[in-house]
Each structure stands twice: as C-alpha cells, then as structure tokens.
Design a protein. Sequence first.
Length: 81
Amino acid sequence: MTVLFQAKSLNTSEKIVALALIHLVNEKGWSSASMRELGDLCRLHKKTVKYVVRSLEEKIDLNYERSGRCYRYRFPQWDVL
C-alpha cells in the first residue's frame, strides 16, 4: 500500500480512489462499491470516479468486473501476499 501512495505516476484523485477501494475491501479481498458510493466517499463526481478507475486499471492493473448493479474491484498485488 505504501508503494501505491508513493508512486509518482498516480495523480491525487487516483490515490484517493485507490484508498477508498482499500478501505472498502472485504474479507475475501475485493471491494464491491458503486461509482456513486466511491464518489461520495472521495468527494468526486461519478464520471470522474469512472475515469479514475479506468486509469487505475491501466496503471496498476486494477481488476474489475461487473457483478449485478455494481462492480467488483480487486488489487492483483494482494494475491501475492
């Protein structure tokens, strides 16, 4: 997690959304937050959160898949731990 926040390739909004996703991770290692919930938690607009999640997918290989109305987010780096 420290490496994630010290990364100079991530901007501030990407770090805030990543922190919110980490905060919402369950015991199985994934988070299932809606874009609105992430937006409220990060104080960002829903479209901004959607853009940031796509950016995180490219930059840190954030895995996300559709699960009903929400998405499931998973950090592949945690599978190594």
